[in-house]
Every structure is written in structure tokens, then in C-alpha cells.
Design a protein around this ligand. Structure first.
Ligand code: SF4
Length: 555
């Protein structure tokens, strides 16, 4: 069947309504308005509304927002609390040891605790007020290239109304071809269009593989205010328990105003132990006596999960191509040492917009015409901060005491350390056979009570995740036989543990003994962990119908 697809042309198309693309779209519109230039700018977002898929810690350095709109406070910038100070703790199994000094890049005093979901929604509203087309519920399904394949010319959105077998139902609507002089990819960590564009345009040549952490975050409502003393730090960072001293990851407790507290735990996906479950690590972190004493009178009111790209400097791809740019977490632009990415994403969007504007004015939107973007980035303070942390993730990936030697040497040498550069290994390559695995770290007795500790399925419910059941699975298992043979024997089906949405379940028929991995795609939180960590690359995450997935409001 030949489909009639609508083609909608724009001058500039931003893919993903996160802070990078929204800052970029707003900056581009400002520049166009200053020169009275008519530009059709569009932002597409796969969530049902802007912010629906946005989840992060998040401590926010307002420097980029200030540059974009100096009157951001008057415009109603949504924040949960102002950071009074930071504290850093190392957790043993039953104690919290406060660090006597704080690393210089963890001083967040005066910055803001934000909900990325609320911040994105606010920016989306400002973009619409400025005259930018913001289309929610539209998933970019495919990148469009010029006939000779040397130029990005836009994005095809996903079809709607397909049945389980991929056949059109009565309400079928084919996706549209959104074409543009310039397309900006800002889909967040592990974007679904990014791998294709990176391969076709060779964006990752001579780069190290990107690596990730899976973070689970909750907002907990307490019966009364006062979780943080009014004269002390209201931002706490944690290392140690349950991952221990030789695995990468950590937790946080953030003041979210009134009687709310933001709590999260990130597990680096370079772990070797096939028994590790990032959700289980989060529960064990919550049950630590120091953490529990602050949250156990409360109730989880929202939960979310997402991967974060943490490889840093050596993993940042080529940022421009003919007709396209990569911004924000899609490009791995993240301040690894400062544990912050939102201001970095915004800056990348702003610099991309300024380069696009120049390119449109000169009529040259080729890779060379857009090259002002990487040039400005490379001379920025942000780049210097990212460069200083260039070997941090690789040092943290060491699983023995030598990691602290590397980290210490990097701290006093501005990042160079004992070896420069240090190589990173893709997260899919690090698992050891389950026969060599220990028990997952931490106390296994940390069990959900349904109130302040909730299980995976309750977490899915609290993320308001929804997908229409009667559609093709957006999770593709390329070889289902591999799951019940080699993967089961060697790694014990790690997808059944690393997925925070309990999407993958192992079943063995009680009579026939037939085995299968059963999929529950409607639980999917769009975190992308499975696309990253599966040791055989046997799982590919694709976009379901636009408008589905989580409906975050405050994480
Ligand atoms: Fe995350 Fe994959 Fe599970 Fe969806 S199926 S929640 S993307 S791990």
C-alpha cells in the first residue's frame, strides 16, 4: 500500500521539547524578531505535553537561562527551593559519614532545586507565546535525508492507529514528513533518532562510546515541613551504600519546598554484576537508616526513571552535519564533575540557535555554515568544566582501590591524572557471567510497604505511564530464541532486573517447560536502560505512538 503522507515545511525543526531545544527555539525566535525576519520554527515532542517525559534531580545553575532571558524570575521561573548549601556523605551499611570538605565543583549555594518537568512546561509555554509551533504527541520515527544521503532534511513522525500486527485500524493516521532547512536533534540521553543520524553522518568517529547511569527519582510528601533544618544544607549527595566503594553511582536528597523532598539514586550501567537491579539499589538506598529516618513518615507521590549520559568530554560527537545539529544530553553535553546537565543543555541550544541564525542569513546551512556552534562551545567556560572531568567517569569505572588514586590525581591536575585519556567501555560490554556474580550489594530485606517504599509496578502507576495495548510493541527483541538460550544461561536474563518498569518477565510453562521472555510494553517508562545495557544488543527501543509514556508533573 502506498501511503499519502503530508509534507510540512519549516525553516528550523527542533526534535524534543527539553531544555536544550526549547532554549534553542526561543533564542532563534529572539534573533529573528530583532532582525524582523520571518522564520517558521517548530518543536516536536513525543510526550502528551511538554515536560511529560522530563525527569531529573535537579540542581539548576541559572547562568544559561539568565543569558537567554535576564528577567526569568519576573517571567515566573518555577523552582522548588533555593539551595542553602550542600552536604556530601559516604554511607556505610548503617552509618552516614559527612565529608569534612566539599569538592570545589559541588558548591551549589544560590542555585535552584527544580522539577525538570515543571521547568520544561514553563519554557514550552514561553516558546508558544513567542510564536513558535510546539507540537506535542508527535514522535520522530525516522530521519529524512537528501537523495544523495549527505544532508539531513527533516524527520518523519510516527504513524498512529496501527493494530498489534502493524495493520492500519479505522482511525489510522499516517505520520507526516516535517522538512526543514535545519533540523536540531535534542531528544535527551540515548535519543531514538540519534543512532541512525550518528551512523549515517559519522558523528562518532574517533570518539569513545557513550556510557550511562539509570536514575530512579521520587517526590515524597512528608506530614510536615522541616526535613532539612532551616539553618543547614538542603541538598545532600551520597556515595557508598548500597553500591559500595568500588561501583559507580550515588544518591541524593533535595529540598523540594514545603513538605516535599526529592530523592533519587543513580546506578552506573557499566556494572559487571549481572544480579544488579538499579531499582533494587534505589530501594536499598531508601532503607538505609540515615535516609529512612528522613523519609519514612512520608508517602511517594510521583516516581520517574531515566538514563543520563555521563561519559563526558571524550564521548561528545561531532555536533554539526549538513542541515543538522545535535544538542544537550543527546550530544552527551553534561558537566560530569558538577553533576549537572540542564544549564549545559540550555547553553548548547542557545549556541546552536545563534549558529543557525548566522547560517540562514548567509544561506549556507551546510556543516561548514553551522560550524559556529562547535566553535563557540569549544571556547566556553562550560567546555573547560567538561574538559576537566574528561577522565572522571573512566576512573569511577575502576572496580578496585586504584579508582581513588586516579580520582585524586585528576583532582589536583585539572583532570589529567595518571593517564590521559582513559578509555571507556560501552555499558553493554561489561557484564560478567551470572555464575561469577555475587549477590547484588546491599541489604535484600529492603522491601516495599506501598507508602514510602513502593514496588516497580506501583512506581509505574505513580509515573502515570500509559500506552495503548493494541499496537505493535515499541520494544523490539531481534532474536527471542537468544533470550531463552545463551542470555538465560550466561547472564540470567538481566533485562528482568535492570528494567525499572518490569517490562520483561521470564516465564516457564508449568507443564511443557517452554520458556519465554514476556513483554509488557505498556509499562515502559522510556528510560532506555534496555537499549543500552542488553549484553547482546538484542533489544531496540523505538518510539511508540506519540502522546504515550509517562505523564510527569513534578519529578
Ligand atoms: Fe526502560 Fe526499557 Fe524498561 Fe522501557 S522497557 S522502562 S526503556 S528498561
Amino acid at each position: 500500500m502506498t501511503l499519502e503522507r503530508e509534507t510540512i515545511p519549516f525553516d528550523v525543526l527542533f526534535v524534543g521539547a527539553g531544555p536544550a531545544c526549547l532554549a534553542g527555539a526561543i533564542r532563534l525566535k529572539q534573533l529573528a524578531d530583532e532582525k524582523s525576519m520571518e522564520l517558521e520554527i517548530a518543536v516536536i515532542e513525543k510526550g502528551s505535553e511538554v515536560g511529560a517525559h522530563a525527569v531529573s534531580g535537579a540542581i539548576f545553575d541559572p547562568c544559561a537561562l539568565q543569558a537567554l532571558m535576564p528577567d526569568f524570575l519576573e517571567k515566573g521561573f518555577p523552582f522548588e527551593a533555593v539551595v542553602r548549601g550542600d552536604a556530601l556523605y559516604y554511607l556505610t551499611a548503617d552509618k552516614a559519614i559527612a565529608a569534612p570538605i566539599l569538592p570545589r565543583y559541588l558548591h551549589n549555594q544560590g542555585f535552584y532545586v527544580v522539577s525538570l518537568s515543571r521547568l520544561s512546561r514553563w519554557m514550552g509555554a514561553l516558546a508558544e507565546e513567542a510564536g513558535i509551533n510546539v507540537f506535542c504527541g508527535f514522535a520522530g520515527k525516522e530521519v529524512l535525508y537528501s537523495e544523495d544521503g549527505t544532508r539531513v532534511i527533516g524527520v518523519r513522525t510516527g504513524d498512529k492507529g496501527l493494530d498489534k500486527d502493524g495493520l492500519p485500524k479505522a482511525n489510522f493516521e499516517p505520520g507526516a514528513d516535517l522538512t526543514a532547512n535545519v533540523t536540531v536533534f535534542g531528544e535527551g540521553a540515548r535519543g531514538s533518532l540519534y543512532p541512525d543520524v550518528a551512523r549515517r553522518m559519522r558523528l562518532e568517529d574517533h570518539r569513545m562510546p557513550q556510557v550511562y547511569e539509570t536514575g530512579i527519582k521520587e517526590v515524597i510528601e512528608l506530614p510536615e515541613t522541616g526535613a532539612f533544618p532551616s539553618d543547614g544544607p538542603n541538598v545532600m549527595h551520597f556515595l557508598g551504600y548500597p553500591l559500595g566503594p568500588f561501583r559507580a553511582g550515588g544518591g541524593f536528597l533535595y529540598d523540594m519546598g514545603e513538605n516535599r523532598i526529592g530523592i533519587g539514586y543513580l546506578t552506573a550501567l557499566g556494572y559487571e554484576d549481572a544480579r544488579i537491579d538499579p531499582y533494587g539499589m534505589f530501594l536499598r538506598f531508601k532503607s538505609h537508616p540515615f535516609i529512612r529516618s528522613r523519609i519514612s513518615s512520608g508517602k511517594v507521590i510521583e516516581q520517574g526513571a531515566r538514563t543520563v549520559s555521563v561519559g563526558g568530554f571524550h564521548t561528545i560527537p561531532k555536533l554539526v552535519m549538513n542541515g543538522g545539529l545535535i544538542v544537550g544530553a543527546s550530544a552527551g553535553i553534561h558537566d560530569v564533575l558538577g553533576l549537572k546537565g540542564i544549564h549545559a543543555a540550555m547553553y548548547s541550544g542557545i549556541w546552536a540557535a545563534e549558529a543557525i541564525f548566522q547560517a540562514l542569513q548567509s544561506g549556507d546551512t551546510s556543516e561548514a555554515g553551522l560550524s559556529a556552534y562547535p566553535k563557540v562551545f569549544e571556547t566556553s567556560k562550560l567546555h573547560a568544566a567538561i574538559f576537566e572531568g574528561r577522565n572522571t567517569t573512566a576512573a569511577l569505572a575502576k572496580t578496585n582501590p586504584v579508582r581513588y588514586l586516579f580520582l585524586g590525581a585528576q583532582y589536583v591536575t585539572g583532570g589529567k591524572g595518571l593517564r590521559d585519556p582513559m578509555w571507556l567501555h560501552a555499558d553493554a560490554e561489561t557484564l560478567k557471567p551470572i555464575s561469577e556474580a555475587e549477590q547484588a550489594p546491599g541489604d535484600p530485606s529492603a522491601q516495599p510497604d506501598g507508602v514510602w517504599m513502593v514496588d516497580k509496578l506501583t512506581g509505574v502507576y505513580l509515573s502515570r505511564t500509559h500506552h495503548r495495548e493494541d499496537q505493535p510493541s515499541h520494544l523490539i527483541i531481534h532474536d527471542s530464541k537468544l533470550c531463552i538460550t545463551t542470555c538465560l544461561e550466561r547472564y540470567g536474563n538481566p533485562c528482568t532486573r535492570f528494567c525499572p518498569g518490569q517490562v520483561y518477565e521470564y516465564h516457564e510453562h508449568p507443564e511443557t517447560g517452554a520458556r519465554e521472555i514476556k513483554l509488557n510494553p505498556s509499562n515502559c517508562l522510556h528510560c532506555k536502560t534496555c537499549d543500552i545495557k542488553d549484553p547482546f544488543g538484542n533489544i531496540t527501543w523505538t518510539c511508540p505512538e506519540g502522546g504515550e509514556g509517562p505523564e510527569y508533573r513534578m519529578v
